[in-house]
Design a protein around this ligand. Structure first.
Ligand code: IVH
Length: 666
């Protein structure tokens, strides 16, 4: 037995060592395959001999599927944020403030401000014992199991001077390449995309299944050390030591003696940051000496010894090659700029949104123009300007197309809207395909079929709307090129399963304009049979809370069209649910009747969606924004500060999930 134990420990030691060589020294001594082989051996032994389990074994990087809701943990030292500045002038004011207040020599440390999600790593006797999110700054979520899967966070620190209790503050990031890959996968699965690597990183950290976290390839940078007995009184020295212990301290950290050197650093990284594999949104400027840091102290919100300098959003210049037009399921036509590929904050940009006719006019765009593209917080970059000085030959002026690029119909534009529509909704292929794509999405009918297959079946004349999916035949599918019996059977099975999708999601699937997931749910609860909804008047509809005139008009218009009625009838004959289920009806109570509840933040016990359902189920009204009408705010972690302020001002009661669950269970 002892021999097995020794073998396990030897493997762990080797793997820790190889991790260190790889992540800290960047000098791997063995191949990835060899590493994987050692790891597989360790995992096998640990599974066989669970009595030798260790939370800091390198095998925890692989993650586990044990489901957990996160415990809240109080921070020993609060997690503060920094005051933001946007100009060299403001940086100079900070510098002079520090100078005046210290009235002695001081040094500055400049660091990149990594744009991810902040984390507090607690090491006791050199071992990672806990990782906690910022939360509200006073307490956060214990996400230790997830953080243990992040490969450049050492589970055990190496070195003689490691304090017995240590908190490392840092940032968890998703590198651009992992982010792009993740979003590509999500697009293929028709899952909602993450807007930026920051959201992707914080979303990933809150996942329940650490195996998924492990697969997402997060990274960390640490930038501050806390504890009772730190090795030195210099931030820079401490961070340098931490680097030696195996923590990932940015090599961009730099000590500066003068304000000019600080400016040089800002200017240098404002250019260079676009070549980094992760997002940075600025520079953090800190006083180096911990003694001086203590003397400067804190305001109510920020340290006085540090500030953040934020970069302007990143820009790149490239050439406008052409403009193409996309037709959505609602018939809205959007212009898309095709660009000469250009590197922008880590990804290659080939296309940018041009929004609408007014935006094109405002830019005075011509084909061949040199244009500036910017990537703000969004996935799709935008064109923010034209370099008119670089025009030596004027290309064709970009004008909005008059005809639908897909079916040729004359486009229409409502006077008070900026959007052009193709009116041929019944005959315009991208609109039809788009409606079918919407129909099958996860939050609607959840049928496993991608846009290519929809397009194929449509082009072959096998489907001309979503209702046709329900009459697809095995023999027709199995003979399709590159199809086989398995794919045919899988698709038919998924279609069959969709027949039990609840009414509220069927209603969403219909694709009535302005009837998204939430509105569909509200309508389904207010009109539990489709007949009731079909015959509802605008007045009856607007009597439902949060259903306004625009939605009501759209619903009545939909059900007054013979085509829609026929479509719904075919779906009903196919066996879809058009009545709120018995269970939902039976479980309905009026415990929250007359109460308007706003949900804010993230929760440990149920998802936001589940809470929304519960509110409706118990006769309450779920609203998106705080107003005089709000009775309660159901608040989770990270409730928006604006909401909190408004709630306090209006005297709205804030309740936590526990209280809410009690309210509906009594
Ligand atoms: S120092 C008390 N250094 O930016 C000072 N923060 O607005 C603690 N951040 O909460 C922060 N890079 O999430 C510091 N090099 C860096 C940073 C950094 C990114 C984040 C961090 C912090 C926020 C401040």
């Amino acid at each position: 037995m002892d021999q097995i134990r020794q073998q396990i420990e030897a493997l762990r030691e080797q793997l820790h060592e190889h991790n260190y060589n790889y992540y800290v020294l960047s000098q791997p001594q063995i191949s990835d395959q060899e590493f994987d082989r050692l790891m597989a051996e360790l995992i096998r032994l640990e599974a066989q001999y669970p009595e030798y389990a260790d939370p800091n074994s390198p095998s925890v990087r692989v993650g586990s599927d044990i489901n957990k809701s996160f415990n809240q943990v109080a921070h020993r030292y609060p997690m503060l944020s920094l005051q933001n500045t946007y100009s060299e002038g403001e940086v100079s004011e900070f510098y002079n403030r520090v100078k005046k207040s210290l009235n002695e020599d001081f040094e500055i440390v400049c660091e990149l401000k990594y744009d991810g999600t902040s984390i507090s790593l607690i090491y006791e006797e050199g071992k990672l014992t806990r990782a906690v999110t910022r939360g509200d700054g006073q307490k956060g979520d214990d996400v230790t199991d997830n953080v243990r899967t992040i490969r450049n966070i050492p589970l055990i620190l190496r070195g003689p001077e490691v304090p017995s209790y240590l908190e490392m503050r840092g940032e968890i990031l998703m590198p651009w390449n992992s982010f792009d890959e993740l979003n590509r996968e999500r697009a293929a699965q028709e899952e909602p995309l993450f807007a930026n690597p920051r959201n992707a990183a914080s979303g990933t950290l809150k996942l329940q299944d650490s195996r998924v976290v492990a697969s997402r390839r997060l990274q960390s940078f640490v930038y501050y050390m806390l504890g009772e007995s730190l090795p030195t009184e210099s931030h820079y020295e401490n961070m340098t030591l931490a680097r030696g212990w195996g923590l990932n301290v940015s090599s961009a950290m730099q000590r500066c003696q003068t304000l000019e050197e600080v400016f040089d650093y800002l200017r240098f990284w404002d250019r260079e940051r676009r070549h980094l594999p992760v997002t940075t949104d600025g520079v953090v400027i800190k006083v180096d000496s911990l003694v001086q840091q203590r003397n400067l102290g804190y305001t109510s919100k920020f340290p006085r010894w540090a500030i953040a300098y934020k970069f302007n959003p990143e820009q790149a210049e490239t050439t406008l090659e052409s403009v193409s037009w996309q037709v959505g399921r609602t018939g809205a036509v959007t212009p898309v700029a095709n660009l000469e590929p250009v590197l922008l904050s880590g990804t290659t940009v080939k296309r940018a949104s041009l929004y609408n006719e007014d935006a094109i006019h405002a830019l005075d765009l011509h084909i061949g123009d040199k244009v500036y593209v910017e990537k703000g917080g969004e996935i799709i970059p935008k064109i923010t300007g034209v370099d008119k000085d670089a025009r030596f030959m004027l290309g064709d002026k970009v004008t909005f197309t008059r005809n639908c690029p897909a079916c040729g119909s004359l486009l229409t534009r409502n006077e008070d809207e900026a959007v052009h529509y193709c009116p041929n909704s019944a005959g315009c292929p991208p609109q039809i395909k788009g409606r079918i794509e919407h129909f099958v999405t996860r939050k609607a009918m959840d049928i496993t079929i991608g846009p290519e297959t929809i397009s194929l079946l449509y082009d072959k004349g096998m489907i001309s709307d979503a209702a046709d999916l329900y009459s697809l035949q095995f023999n027709d599918l199995a003979v399709l090129e590159r199809w086989g019996e398995t794919s045919a059977r899988n698709l038919l099975q998924s279609i069959e399963q969709s027949k039990s999708v609840p009414y509220e999601r069927v209603l969403h699937a219909l694709g009535i304009r302005y009837v998204g997931e939430t509105v569909a749910r509200k309508l389904a609860h207010a009109f539990p049979h489709i007949e009731m909804l079909m015959s509802a008047t605008v007045e009856e509809l607007t009597a439902v809370e949060e259903i306004g005139g625009r939605i009501a008009q759209s619903v009545t218009a939909y059900f007054s069209s013979a085509d829609s009625l026929l479509f719904v009838d075919r779906l009903r004959k196919a066996g879809l649910q058009f009545t709120l289920s018995e269970e939902t009806l039976a479980d309905r109570t009026d415990k929250l009747s007359g109460l308007t509840i706003v949900i804010s933040g993230t929760f440990a016990l149920h998802s936001r969606d589940e809470y929304k359902k519960m509110i409706l189920q118990h006769g309450g009204n779920n609203s998106g924004s705080v107003s005089k009408k709000t009775d309660y705010i159901l608040a989770g972690e990270n409730m928006g500060p604006a909401k909190l302020e408004k709630a306090t001002k209006l005297g709205v009661k804030v309740i936590d999930e526990q209280t809410f669950l009690e309210m509906i269970s009594l």
